[in-house]
Design a binder for this molecule. Structure first.
Ligand code: SF4
Length: 341
């Protein structure tokens, strides 16, 4: 059982300390009906997309390294167990997306599903917010990218095939570790690496472009880059990327605490390796640096990734900035009504 445990919220003047055992961290779902817009834009030079949609806030997969944890602090919650257990469902997401795509200012750029929550957390099985947003994108022939750790995405093969045929869609599975025990230690409630690879194969067999995100790479934890790439290739992946661990704000103490609990014999080595790759700190917020590391260890990992990606034929059709060269398939429907009924 997990107990309520959050680093102090820097936006609040108070924090809670429990006398005795804290209460159990139970899942609570809040429906957000006041949402005004659903497409977020960013101009960060080291984020590979300009527009994203998150149908949920918080993520029950509970990855201890998740850089999105501090987004919960803006809501007055904690970045620890609150992020994993207090989930906000943006129930108006599909309706808002339709409105935003109807605006003359929308040009049909790729929309990426992910960033501050996995689009396929278990709640999605009932809410179907991601699915309904994908249906809207298919109706408008708007290109889509998805990053997930969940096998639930198999449910939406039909919509993904439609997007693939009439616009474009790329699905990246985030799989930093093939080893189940390591994955369980740092991604405690996410589907197993095997389940992610199986889902990757299901989608590839259905003709959908799939890739692997070895993200994040955690220095000192066994990331078998050649093995992960080979397995992804065997499952039909043609794309791959690698990102360095980021531990902004309250994520660093939470990650360290969980690491010491779950992998006590490895914790010091991992933290030292992270500091080596981050110029002596656990995190860097500098643009151009935060997604990569520095130093010998990181350079060796990066080189290994480049060599094996090339050898296995990943990313062969990446033409500069692919997002800017993709054909514009976007069109507004002339009559109301979803193609999916
Ligand atoms: S699945 Fe993604 S969004 Fe969810 S906790 Fe893990 S890293 Fe964060």
């Amino acid at each position: 059982m997990r107990y309520v445990e959050n680093p102090p919220n820097p936006w609040l003047t108070h924090s809670v300390e429990w006398i005795g055992e804290p209460p159990a961290a139970r899942i609570e779902v809040f429906e957000e009906t006041e949402t005004r817009s659903i497409i977020s834009s960013n101009d960060s030079p080291d984020v590979a997309f300009d527009h994203s949609i998150n149908c949920y806030r918080g993520c029950t997969h509970g990855c201890t390294y998740c850089f999105s944890r501090p987004t919960h602090e803006y809501l007055g919650y904690g970045a620890g167990t609150d992020f994993e257990r207090k989930i906000i469902a943006k129930v108006r997401a599909p309706e808002l997306l339709r409105k935003e795509l109807m605006k003359p200012s929308w040009r049909g750029d790729e929309i990426v599903f992910s960033f501050t929550s996995d689009p396929y957390i278990p709640l999605e099985a009932n809410y179907k917010l991601t699915r309904r947003c994908l249906e809207v994108c298919a109706e408008f022939r708007n290109p889509v990218g998805i990053v997930t750790k969940s096998a639930l995405i198999r449910r939406d093969v039909d919509v993904l095939q439609k997007l693939s045929a009439e616009a474009s869609v790329g699905v990246y599975f985030s799989i930093p570790f093939a080893d189940y025990a390591t994955a369980r230690a740092v991604e405690p409630f996410a589907p197993s690496p095997n389940a992610r690879f199986e889902a990757m194969k299901t989608l590839a067999d259905a003709g959908i472009q799939v890739g692997i995100g070895i993200a994040p790479t955690i220095p000192g934890l066994s990331t078998d880059i050649p093995g992960l790439l080979q397995r992804a290739k065997d499952c039909g992946a043609t794309k791959a990327f690698l990102n360095m661990l980021r531990l902004p704000g309250s994520v660093a103490p939470y990650f360290e605490q969980r690491l010491r609990e779950k992998l006590p014999t490895k914790a010091d080595r991992v933290l030292n390796r992270i500091r080596d790759a981050r110029g002596g700190r656990l995190n860097s917020s500098v643009f151009g640096e935060r997604m990569r590391g520095r130093g010998q260890y990181w350079e060796a990992q990066h080189k290994l990734f480049e060599v094996y990606s090339k050898r296995l034929g990943f990313n062969e059709h990446r033409a500069g900035s692919e997002r800017h060269t993709r054909a514009n398939t976007f069109r507004r429907p002339t009559a109301q009504g979803s193609l999916f009924g």
